[in-house]
Structure formats: C-alpha cells, structure tokens
Design a protein around this ligand. Sequence first.
Ligand SMILES: *Cc1c(COP(=O)(O)O)cnc(C)c1O
Length: 487
Amino acid sequence: MDVEQFRQAGYAAIDRICDYYISLDAKPVSSSVQPGYLAPLLPTAPPDEGEDFATIAADYDRLIQPGLTHWQHPSFFAYFPTSSSFEGILGDLYATAVPNPGFNWSCSPACTELEAIVMDWSAQLLGLGSAFHNAAGVGGGALQTTASDSALIATVAARERFLAAAPVKLDDLVLYVTTQTHSLGLKAGRVLGLRVRALEVCHEDRYSLRGDVLRQALEEDKAAGRHPFMLIATVGSTSSGAVDNLPEIEAVLKEHTEVWLHVDAAWAGIALCCPEMRTALFLDTINAAADSFCTNFHKWGLVNFDASTLWVRDRKSLTSALDITPPFLRTAHGDAGTVTDYRNWHLALGRRFRALKVWFVLRGFGVEGFRKHIRQGIALNAMFGALLKESDILALITPPWLALTVFRLAPPHLGLDAAALNQLNAAFFARLAVRPDLAITQTVLNGVFCVRFAVGAARTTEAHVRAAFDAIVEEARAALVLWESIA
Ligand SMILES: *Cc1c(COP(=O)(O)O)cnc(C)c1O
C-alpha cells in the first residue's frame, strides 16, 4: 500500500466506522456464531502474494463483524461498560501512526511528558491529592494496560518495600484480599508465588471488608509467624459494586504500618470525578492512606481500551522494585535523575503511547462533560432500580449503586427454599442470556445466584433501559410459568 492508497483506504475506514456507530442500535448485541466458526471461512495459510486492501476490508465486514459482541451497544448491560469515544479512537489512530516504544524519556520526550501531565490531569479530575501527582516529584502515576497489571505491579512494589525493611522468608509473606476481590489478587499471588488469604465479607455489610475482620486476620497471621505485607481493597467490586470500609481499614492499618494498601477501583473509581460521589467512595481515606490506587478509564471513563491508571504515593517504591538498567539503556538524563523513565513503572520495557487518547478525551469532553457522562449512567441505573422495586416477582439483592444493580427472581407466592430459588434463577438467566436484544451477566454472591445489570455505555438512553426492563420481566414471567408447570 502506498501513501495514496492508504489515504483512500483510510477515508473508507473512517466511513465504515461511522456507519458502524450509526447502525449499532439496530444490531443484535451479542454474536450468534458457534465456537470454531472462523477457521472454515479462512485459508489455512497466509496468501503468497499481497492482496488488495478493499478485499481485506470487505472480509472484515463479512467474516469478523458477525463474530463481534457489541460492547458499545446501547443495550449492552453485561459485565461492565467498555468505553469508546471518537476522541479516543482518534487518539489511538494518531498514536499508532508513530509507533514508539516510549520506555525512556529519550525515546520520544513527548510520550513521557504528556503521560506525566495527563496523569496529573486525571488525578485532579478524580480528586486525588497532590501526594499522587507527578508534578510533586514524590508520588506519581503511569498508564498501564489493565487493573490486573496495575495490581501485580503494586504487589511487586509492596513486597520489595516490606523485604527491604524486614528480610523475611518469602514463604511467610501473606497477601490479603477478600472473597469479593477480583481474581487479579489471586493471580498476582500465583504469578509471584505468594500466599494469598481471602478475608470473609458478608451480605449484611453489603460485601464490604470491615476493620475487625482485618484486625483479627492480622493478629492471627502475626501470631503464627507469618507476615501480611499488603491488602488489596476494592472500591466497587465487580460482582456487586461493594466498597470495602476504607476508614475502618485505615484505622487498623495505623497499627500495622508495614502493610501496603492498594485500592482497586477498576470500574467505580472513575465516578470520583463527581464531587457528590466522593464521600461514598471514601476519597478522603484514599488520599490519606492508600499506597497505590488504580482505576480503568477504559471501562466507564470514555477512553478506548486500554487505559488503566495507576498512582503510587512513593514512586521510589516502584523504581526500586523494577529498575534494572543495563548499560545500553543508560542515558545522560536518566542518570542525572532529571527525567522520568516510565520503563521502571511497569513490567515490560516498551509501552504504547496511550497518553494521547486520554489527552484527547479529557480535552474533548472537559471535566463537566466527563461528569455528565457518569451522572447519566448513575441516573439510568437509579431508574432501572426504581422499576425493579415496583415488580412483585423481582427483588434487589443490593441497593442500586452507581451504575450497577444486582437482582434476582424472587416470587413470594411460591415459598421456595434457597436451592430452588437458585435453580429458578439459573433458568431465568439462561433465557436472558440467549436474547439477541440485550446483554446481561450473572454472578453468585455468597451462594446466591443473581443477575447483574451494569449501565454505562455512552449511547444508552432511558428507552434502552425501559426496553431491557420489559425484556427482563417477560423472561421472568416465562421462567415462572415453566417452573410452575413442572412443579
Ligand atoms: C474489571 C475489573 C478488574 C479487572 O480489570 P482488568 O483491567 O481487565 O484487569 C479488576 N477489578 C475490578 C473491581 C474490576 O471491576
């Protein structure tokens, strides 16, 4: 492809992307292909001779599109939102046009400097205090691929800090998570060969970690000669949106200052942009006590995947754990300490120029535009929760919170026991799962099978939420009729 052919194919690609978004609402949300659909449709080897791009692009439409689940569809209520904004798309387009491994300041000064600046902008957007700002030179933030990577990096830093102060046996270290922590905690433990302890949380506390549970675990482990060195707390758990009780955790950790507090707010953290949400999300405690904090702009935060933001209170904790500088990576600026070398803030050497899309999005929307998007998700979820409260057969499991509602089918007139209710709900969910007009996912909370409704796609309106509610009621009724006919 030469530059003029690229110009043409590029214009056509933008047209196709526009058409995709214009027609998105009319598409089924989920793909209906069966496993293995693609291989029979493609040759078993790459072509010997190069092909014309128009043919390749047509095959994308014909073969790839049908296998896509449309995460940006306005009726996508599964898992969590995955953002796409036109500013974000353009940011990635510009970034990929100047591929750059960006590992050192010298690789391309703009990559490092823009990242440091947009991380400070983002910190301000969310209300994170100056301790986390790059400009202050002590703490700081960097863009990562995912919250899982962010947690892994934080765990490496926490372990390094602990071992530097107390060189104990690795086998005696313990990483704390809760039974509701995302699998990133167990994964970090497995990757690093660390013992992980999942602390119990209960329904009465809305699945939030309480201070007394943490205190008791710390006392038990220390009495047994083990060394808890880190707690991964969650602000907005994946299953139910649970927020660990950070003020109680802070009070306990004041007596155990060697324990690193990482706050995983992958999905919900973005809501800190709204001042009215900051108390409920414990911003003050995050600012006072978190050693590291992560949220994903690529979930609810308008930036296209991937853009996970990780801040640390002490950047040296990262660099002393991750800085390995062979001679060929040394630079005069790096040696002088006058620049940030982001290769020491994550696992890989090279890193994509993600700052560009974050910059485009923050400028394109502005703080107020950003807040408007988050408030719209919260309002739509509240509307869904209100519809649900009026239902005589559906029941909330936890109060509607942020942009997530967890509920189940609970017909009072049938007097079902816990096991039967779970069975009925599994049958109800199976009906929802095959509907082409919406996507929704299930979860199990301490043995209770529930359905999750997660709002946050930029194009979702009240009409989409109402239609989804009607579809849910329809399937609930159908599941009940079937149940009663069998029983
Ligand atoms: C989505 C989510 C994660 C995982 O996110 P990745 O960026 O894909 O690793 C972790 N924690 C919470 C609370 C989440 O909602």
